[in-house]
Every structure is written in C-alpha cells, then in structure tokens.
Design a protein. Structure first.
Length: 319
C-alpha cells in the first residue's frame, strides 16, 4: 500500500497541543488531514483546527481540537473511537458537531492511529480511562463550555468505566450528555472467544484480524480492508486478556445515578448487545436506549440512510 502521508514523520515531529495558539500544520500533517477528510477548517467557514499530542499513562496521544473561530462555541463534544479505529474514521461525526457550532476534542487511543504504543495493544483497560481523565483535565484548563461525549464501542466502555468507577454524580460528572454507540461490554460469542484465548495465550502473541461486515457502507468496508494505512491487521492476545479482566471488573462494579443515551444497531455482529444492553440498564439510572433495526456495529460509518437516523437522534440531545 502506497502511503499518501508520512506516518513516521508525523509521529516524530508532532508537537504538544497548545489550546492557546494556532500553529500552522506541517505539510505531512496537511496530507494526513486531507486523506481522512479531517481538514474541516478548509471545508467549512469559520472553523479552526489544532493538532498535536499530550502525554498520559506513558503514551503520546495524538489529539485534534476543532472550534468555531467567529462565533461562541455551544460546548465541547469529546469523540472517542472504538478498537481498531482512529480519529480519521470519525469525520462524519466531527463534521456534524462543528456544523452546529460545537468544539470537538478527539484523540487516537494508545496503540491506535498516530498515538504511541504497540499497535492494538493495551495491558489494562484502566490505561484507556487514565488517558480520558488526563485529556479532560488538560482541556478543562482552557475550555469551560458545557461538555458532552459521543463514544463508539470500546470508547463507550471507557466512558462507562470512567463515570462509574470515579463515582461521578449528576452534579460532578464532567459530561452533560453521554451518547454511547454500540457500547462494548462483552463481544459477540464471548465464551467461545474466552476459551480460545486461554488456549492460545501461551503459544502466540497475536492472531490475524478478521475484517467483518460491520457496516452497510461497502465503500467504507473496502477502505478499511485495502486502503487505510492506519488499520491494525492483527489482534494482540494481550488486548483480549485486558478485556477479559475488564469485563469481570465492570460487571461487578457498582451502579451509577447517571443516565447515558445508548444507540444500538440490531444487526450488530461485533458486540453481544442482547447481554450488554440489560447490563447497562442495570448499571445506570434509566438510560435512554434507541435501537436502529438495520444498524450494524460501526454506526459512525453506516450507510447514509442509517447515518441520517443516527444524526437525528443526536439532534434530540445536542440541539
């Protein structure tokens, strides 16, 4: 695969993100922005875009900040991606937010995209939560608007863990609205996967990734399989082990008085949503659950008709 931007150069030259200045992106960064349609500052009037890194949990975290330049921001929306994803796949959601005069904070998880860390690896899910906590703390020094979060799959797991185990209440929670898309607790066929993990973990470090049809947008699926230079091509078993430990901890964690919004596709073949949704209903105080009958797992990149329904649901909570 011929790269249209220099991944190693961007990582090597990436500067700390500065929420007070507007540095000119490097040529390599501009090519990266264009490749993933992240150059919204050149597509939409009066939108600014900062890019850089911050340090958290031993990682350098590649981070984007979009913001209105001539009008007052309506608030900050944190956008968290799922496992094997990266920020470049979330331009639809970022565009939705900036077109409605929201600021957006979004970053690549450790081991994903342009962030540091071995590809696809995390040794404990708590590291993901620590990164989110550090990001919120850093952003809060400069941006005091209302804060919301939209999180897909593993991103949803991170948010749920964060607000439950940090014991946030409605008065102390850093997010006014939490919108979780196909949130992960157990993946599909987890008991079978768990047995295979315990059989293989002593012999191999990773297995080849199987690309599933997790969207009805077949151009998106083709892009993931053949054209995305930041895609992870394997499944490290250390990540599966970290997920196994996290599932056990989360399922026995205390409840929360918070009420997230859950949007779940009923054709999702990636997470065990028939188990996960009742678990979420048990953990939280009357969360609002919306089902998309034709939605598969990657709701952020579903076909246009399904994505329009998704964005209309966003309108109910963010407009």
């Amino acid at each position: 695969m011929k790269l249209s931007f220099d991944v190693d150069r961007i990582r090597r030259e990436m500067k700390p993100i500065d929420f007070r200045s507007e540095p000119e992106p490097s040529l390599a960064e501009q090519k990266y922005f264009r490749f993933y349609h992240l150059d919204l500052e050149s597509q939409i009037a009066d939108v600014g875009h900062r890019f850089g890194k911050f340090s958290a949990a031993g990682y350098d975290i590649a981070t984007h900040h979009y913001y209105p330049t001539k009008t007052e921001s309506r608030g900050v929306v944190f956008v968290l991606h799922g496992y094997h994803d990266h920020v470049g796949l979330y331009h639809h959601i970022i565009r939705y937010c900036v077109e409605r005069q929201y600021s957006v904070i979004t970053y690549d998880l450790p081991g994903h995209g342009l962030s540091s860390g071995e590809t696809g690896v995390i040794h404990e899910f708590e590291h993901y939560v620590d990164v989110l906590d550090r990001c919120i703390t850093k952003v809060s020094k400069y941006l005091n608007e209302p804060r919301h979060v939209i999180a897909q799959s593993t991103g949803g797991a991170i948010v749920m863990d964060y607000v439950i185990n940090r014991r946030f209440t409605k008065e102390t929670c850093p997010f006014d609205k939490m919108i979780l898309l196909a949130p992960l607790i157990r993946p599909r066929d987890w008991w079978r996967g768990k047995i295979l993990y315990h059989m293989l973990k002593y012999f191999v470090k990773k297995i080849n990734r199987v690309f599933t049809e997790n969207s009805h947008d077949f151009d998106f699926l083709d892009f993931l399989r053949h054209k995305d230079p930041l895609q992870c091509r394997s499944l490290p078993l250390s990540w599966v082990g970290a997920m196994d430990r996290w599932i056990q901890l989360f399922e026995f964690s205390p409840g929360s008085s918070l009420s997230p919004v859950i949007i779940q596709g009923q054709q999702d073949g990636t997470v065990e949503w028939r188990h996960n949704i009742p678990m979420i209903l048990e953990k939280f105080d009357r969360p609002q659950v919306h089902y998309l009958p034709r939605g598969r797992h990657h709701l952020a990149n579903e076909e246009i008709a399904i994505r329009k329904r998704l964005l209309k649901l966003f309108d109910q909570y963010l407009n």
